[in-house]
Structures are given as C-alpha cells and as structure tokens.
Write a protein of this length. Sequence first.
Length: 186
Amino acid sequence: MLRWIAQHPKAPAHLRSRLLARLPWRALAAVAADAGAHPQARQQATEKLQQLWTVMTTGERRSLAIHAPRPLWPLVWRTPAASVLTAFLHHPKLGLEALVALIQPPLRPPQAEALALSRWREAGPVAEQVLQALDRSLALPDSGLALGHAAPWIKALDEETRILVASRTVTPSLRRMAHPRRDGAD
C-alpha cells in the first residue's frame, strides 16, 4: 500500500519522499522499474537504492542485480562478487551497447569470469571490449588476471577481427595470443 501511494502521480512530494524512505529495497526496486510511477518517485527510489547498496548483503545484491535500474548498473558492475555479476548479466534490459560501455579497465577477475560464463561470451563486440580492458588491466600490479582469461574471448573472434585486436594490443604476450597463426592452428 505504501509503495502504491508513494509512486502515485497525484501524491504530494513531501508524502512521497517520506514514504519512499520507509520502503524496503525490493519495493524501491519495483518503484524504480515501474514506468507508470511518478518520475520523481522513480528518481528518489533509485537514489535510495544507491545509498542502500553499500550496506546490502551479497544475497540482497544478487537479488537486486537482475532488477537494478539503469543508474545502478555501474555500482553493480564494480561489485567483487561473481554471483552478483552473474545475476546482473541476466538482466532483461541489459543490452549489448550498455554492457560494452560498462566493460572498462581495470577489469577484475570476477568480472572476467562472470562474462566468460554468460550469454555474452559469443558476442564479438563484447569479446573485443573484454580483450581491450584485459590488455590495459594485465599490467596493473593488483589485477589478479592471467592470460588465460583472454582465451575464450580470442576464440569468439573471427580471424580478421583477431588481427585488428592484436594490432591494438599493448601486452606482447596477449598480442601473440590474439594474432592468428599462419599455419591455421589455434
């Protein structure tokens, strides 16, 4: 009932603000995702979820990740828990362009592993972006990444794209891995 009143278009702003502050995170996620809710209610619910994110348990984060509103996606993506990232990669509104935009250095092992097991593992643009982020992240002292993280992404690319990726790669060993062999064996 409180959620319905808080998101109703005719609810006064002061009442909406008070009610949203009392709602649990599941109700806030529902308000943030409801296209019929008042825009101010959606915005306030999203802001409240951003505040709550820091104190949520891993299980709560995992449950929220698949329903997280778009402004929360960068927070979800930076989470070090693979289970949260795996759930997030099943988000019904997560598209190719949005995912590619999220994959930026430094790439961390939980992100690389969740991506490698996701439905996105065969998408060429995702593979290219992961390899770019991996290339920039391998040199970092605390990256925790290994060259093996690149293997599924290299396999997902066609020969022409592999040549292009290899030409843009700075890490010599990754460049050698990405460049197709002349004898045709990979």
